[in-house]
Design a protein around this ligand. Sequence first.
Ligand code: PLP
Length: 394
Amino acid sequence: MTRPDDQFGKNRFATIAVGAAESETHPQRSGMNDVVSPIHLSTTFEWGSGEYANEHDYSRESNPTRAALEEQLARLEGGEHALAFASGMAATSTTMLSLVPPGGHIVSSDSIYSGTEKLLTELAAGHLGVNVDFVDARDPKNVAAAVGSDTDLIWVETPTNPLMRLCDIRTVADIANDYGILFGVDSTFGSPYFQAPLELGADIVVHSTTKYLNGHSDSIGGAVITNDDGVFEQLAFAQRTGLGNMLSPFDCYLVARGVKTLPARMEHHEANAMVVAEFLESHDRVARVDYPGLESHPQHKLASEQMSGYSGMLSFEFDGTAIELEAFIKGLEVFTPGASLGGVESLIEVPSLMIPDEIGHGEATAAIPETLVRVSVGLEDADDLCEDLRTALP
Ligand code: PLP
């Protein structure tokens, strides 16, 4: 399937985002002509045969509200199949653990969400004996050097959490193709609005729908999208029959509702992030800003080529002591200090202060500097955001 914005321009993406789950022919309309897909809470569905045969029989296996969301996500990402999971980590772990056998081999980018790092090092490597090689995926040659004919999966995150590093999806997809290896991309930071990994040659796209797709900080969820029938069959079996880690109908409804405003929100997130990034770059207590939209970002050119926008996430290095950094965070009034990202409200996180035990310290994965601050730029007034930072920075 081709992604809507390539066929028809970005407006088409918005049209699909608003209406995909509510298409005329969709069974979710249930004969009542609902404009919004209803929330089907039923765990089971009456059995029927012949003309009364039912598409759904038990909600762990499939559910009309989940099916509507999955169809919407697949169309947005330009994929044939989508699965909605109970969290981003459920999506990632089900993908990795069902596609890579015990003792198998994964090559992963070394800049990666801390939960994915723990999954790889502790569950995959520690528990299942999977060989995991972390490489600096900013240079595709490092990926090429680490893969071999025994590699089962190449996994990258781009842009990465929290270092905002990019990986050249098309070049890594070519490497994966040469070896016949599956290639998965965690595209959470870009969202389907700004980044289309399947189109660039990836086999699997994962999102934490907790972030931009839902967008309102009130639902934990995840998604996998793929064009590969075999991968879909394996993941669907693992999710529906083995692990049972699917998204609940109510959360499916929330994510489907969030998706409708994804294009509008992402444009606004990006515009605000650019203003905040430029403000921070000009401040003398900020040592460096990592925002792919800034020309100073070392991979700005790649970002402009493989993304259609730069999204709303950035990080910066504070120039000062840990005590000053903590005082700065406590002095903020518009930004909320805390984990997560991608919601309408601006959030700010200092990994070394708030999640010191979870972050990479540079043994296998990229080290997170002590003074690194991650910012999820929300939809507030951009001047208010800059004023808040200006007032709180020493
Ligand atoms: N991938 C990325 C890039 C993330 O930032 C996160 C969470 O922060 C996840 C995956 C995991 O998502 P969840 O918290 O929904 O399990």
